[in-house]
Design a binder for this molecule. Structure first.
Ligand SMILES: Nc1ncnc2c1ncn2[C@@H]1O[C@H](COP(=O)(O)OP(=O)(O)OP(=O)(O)O)[C@@H](O)[C@H]1O
Ligand SMILES: [Mg+2]
Length: 384
């Protein structure tokens, strides 16, 4: 069913924001596409659910559609071993690089013949796709040699034909697979000047460690970009438009209030609008009362998640979270600490560091604040 059908909710959260679920990011898209076309390595930092994966997906899809670049993408989430990494790499190289280059299946498959560990290749009879399996019992040197070759393949296959980009989502997981992988990858990648390597990840502290620590192989190996919230004035027409194409409307006050609550958080805005849309019948207009009910429903649906966060938090951390739920903390002055009953300066800073590492708190121009959308509201309602 097309998303613009009148009774299908036009807001989406959780999966990648594709096609007409994707809004704005015009500057970021332009910049990323230009970086990829220049073979510039890029690392994208952003808090969870800001739309990193969607942005990179959109940029690479547009470049592929314009026939400008070939892109191999690997998501390192749920990739517990080197063998699994080799499988994902092989599959993407086969589908996204070897197939468009050679067009003939036999030739595309032949690319994998020279690997130290020969993959087990199976055909999915339903959709004709191939999958690759690498034996887990192999020796360490063999799997390393196989990975090395796989990481070299995209550039070699495309050489003289097309530009290539290699995208690693959830890149921080590389450390969990094997800490020896980063030096191996870096040594291969640094000789691929024409390949754009794009890294994104959702655990900031680990991504920082990989890219900002002078002792790490990836130190200063990629251009750093920060993805921010979506500017509310740019988000607003998208929201209004999505109501409109489904035969509904949102009044100006409710629209402004949505964006005050979410501040343009991509996931949070789509989530809240999803519930708000449900409050309105076909032909109706969403107003502030509907928004109140929608917020309550969002909080109810997130209740288990927030309760778990709360129960896991130490009591000192809870105090800090409560303070931040009331208002962002611009400066940690003695007066503020006393007023909020937060304890000593070192204690508060330690708590803020731990909460930031857990991605619950972030610091921006407005000071420290709670990162998760709706968690602040949930905490406020618990206290009242
Ligand atoms: N450009 C966009 N326009 C509209 N909504 C968006 C946009 N980008 C992201 N979203 C919303 O945010 C959600 C999360 O997007 P995405 O998975 O790309 O984020 P992420 O930063 O990769 O998240 P994670 O940290 O979980 O990996 C999407 O499901 C969608 O609801
Ligand atoms: Mg992602």
């Amino acid at each position: 069913m097309p998303v613009s059908a009148p009774d299908a909710n036009p807001f989406r959260y959780g999966d990648l924001a594709l096609d007409d679920a994707f809004t704005d990011r015009a500057d970021e898209l332009r910049e990323l596409k230009s970086d990829i076309l220049s073979g510039q390595n890029v690392v994208i930092f952003a808090p969870r659910r800001y739309g990193k994966s969607s942005l990179v997906w959109k940029a690479t899809q547009e470049l592929i559609a314009a026939d400008q670049v070939l892109v191999a993408q690997v998501d390192l989430m749920a990739t517990p071993s080197k063998e699994k990494l080799a499988e994902k790499l092989a599959r993407s190289i086969y589908e996204d690089i070897a197939t468009p280059v050679f067009r003939v299946r036999e030739r595309a498959v032949a690319v994998f013949r020279g690997l130290r560990i020969a993959p087990r290749i199976t055909l999915d009879p339903d959709d004709g796709s191939l999958s690759f399996g690498f034996e887990a019992s192999s020796r360490r040197e063999d799997i390393d040699a196989t990975l090395e070759r796989l990481l070299e393949l995209p550039a070699q296959l495309a050489a003289g034909r097309k530009r290539v980009a290699l995208v690693f989502d959830e890149f921080q997981e590389i450390l969990a697979i094997d800490p020896g992988l980063t030096p191996l990858m870096r040594s291969i990648f640094q000789s691929q000047a024409e390949v754009a390597h794009v890294y994104l990840g959702s655990k900031r502290s680990m991504m920082e460690r990989i890219f900002s620590d002078a002792n790490e192989p990836f130190w200063r190996s990629a251009k750093r970009t920060e993805l921010g919230l979506i500017d509310p004035p740019l988000f607003a027409p998208f929201i209004a438009g999505r109501f409109r194409v489904t035969g509904r409307a949102i009044d100006a006050e409710a629209l402004a209030a949505v964006l005050v609550i979410t501040q343009g958080h991509p996931y949070g805005t789509q989530e809240l609008c999803y519930y708000l849309w449900q409050e309105v019948a076909a032909g109706g207009t969403a107003g502030l009362d509907d928004l109140d009910r929608a917020v309550t429903r969002v909080l109810r649906s997130e209740n288990a998640h927030f309760s778990r966060i709360w129960e896991k938090s130490a009591s000192g951390h809870r105090l800090v979270l409560q303070a931040l739920a009331a208002a962002p903390l611009r400066q940690i002055t003695e007066e503020k600490r006393r007023e909020l009953n937060l304890g000593g300066d070192a204690t508060v800073r330690k708590a803020l560091r731990a909460l930031s590492d857990d991605e619950l708190v972030l610091r921006d121009a407005g000071g420290y604040r709670i990162a998760e959308p709706f968690l602040a509201e949930w905490i406020r309602r618990q206290q009242s």
